[in-house]
Design a protein around this ligand. Sequence first.
Ligand SMILES: Cc1cc2nc3c(=O)[nH]c(=O)nc-3n(C[C@H](O)[C@H](O)[C@H](O)COP(=O)(O)OP(=O)(O)OC[C@H]3O[C@@H](n4cnc5c(N)ncnc54)[C@H](O)[C@@H]3O)c2cc1C
Length: 444
Amino acid sequence: MTMAEVLVLGGGLGGLSVASCLGQRALLLERASQPGGLVRSFEIDGWWFDHVIHLLHFRDDSTKARIRRLLGDVLQPCKPAAYVVCEAGTARFPIQDHLGHLDAATAAACVADLTRESAGPAAQRVANYQELLLRSFGESLCQLFFLPYNAKMWRRDLSTIEHAGMVWNLSRPDPAKVLEGLARPDDSKRAYNEDGWYPHPPAGASQRGMGVLSMALAATVDKLRLNHEVVALSPASRSATVRTPAGLATVGWSVCCVSTLPLSRLVHLCDGVPGDVRAAAGTLEHNRVLSVALRIKGPRPDAGLWRYYPSSEVCFTRLVFLHSFDPLMAPPEGWPLLAEVPWRLDELVPAGLAHCVEAQARAVGALMPEHEVLDATLIEADPAYVVFKHGTEQAVRTVSAWLRSVGIEPLGRYGRWEYSSMAQVMHDGFVLGATLANRLAEAA
Ligand SMILES: Cc1cc2nc3c(=O)[nH]c(=O)nc-3n(C[C@H](O)[C@H](O)[C@H](O)COP(=O)(O)OP(=O)(O)OC[C@H]3O[C@@H](n4cnc5c(N)ncnc54)[C@H](O)[C@@H]3O)c2cc1C
């Protein structure tokens, strides 16, 4: 049996961050052939795509300094110019701060409803996510954007979603800012979350896209085993059964196992799980995101980084214009387009999805007659969004407490069942890595 002091499960940003602090004392197992998890990029004949699009927003100075040191000048500021395309016009995102871009009657109705709601009780006292949206943004803006967009995003009755799990997603609009955005929607000071970053490697680099970050972090991990899938876990004997290219193997840990695997799936892999923990894990739901990557030949649009589409007539929630992140993501005669389609686990993936995306991208004017689609590739992110329902928070607490009691530390967006960003996941990984390194040093 191979032994490690710390066994890390999953080589996304969470697993890579914790393992990068532990040198030879950690062994990281990743089932894919490339590190990075959700944060991976790939190339087809000079066109580059991210599996799902990522813009890096730092939340603390130490993670920022660490990642800027790691990537150097390759990491460049990237201002997040995004738009909402709806029946009343195309408004800069966030829509509530740019109502002056909409037709005058709709904008006036949105401001009136929003002002009325802002005088009401605090949003936290509502019963579910649908009510949170209505109380935060008012009826008109909800009917125009928030309700149809979120219905496509979550593919569930929004009144069944727990609002407490969703406050990450929105804050109550400031009425003064809303009025400013009505009068001066083009004021550049009102951009959303200004401090975005994206890699810009030099021309001819072997890697582009946000995958550059994962590859750089992976290079700092001493023992990274790709194509190693954990298929069973025995907390009592502190060991994992792993499918490797050479067959099944057993790997043990002596101090700690850190898991970034989705909480629900991790419990399914473990033996000796108490009934209440198994039942709690069984209630956890998540969505996946199907991304359709289109290689396009023809003039590059000036459409911002991405555009949101609330209309139920189109299947995608967002179109992402990757050449706006980094112009070298495609040869000069073309550009890469990524369409995001959130999907439930219990829904079959429709066979004609790529054709449907192309036709609808033409219908909304993102693709013009002079644009030729060379091909389309379907990429699946599963899990993508954890779903917070009534009882989810308690279920996560029950499962996490049991895992910790048997020496497994959950980490990452799906390990902790939360809506964490890349920066938060890396921060949490570095903090846990430093704690474990200290513990190992004290024990030595
Ligand atoms: C659509 C979408 C858009 C996003 N946009 C942004 C953004 O713009 N900015 C931002 O900061 N964040 C964004 N995020 C969030 C960001 O992607 C995550 O916070 C981060 O990538 C999570 O890293 P992780 O290591 O926790 O999980 P993951 O990346 O999921 O890593 C888990 C790893 O475990 C591996 N694994 C699973 N099962 C096994 C097994 N049995 N054995 C071995 N390995 C296994 C997987 O292959 C994977 O590599 C976005 C997320 C989504 C879904």
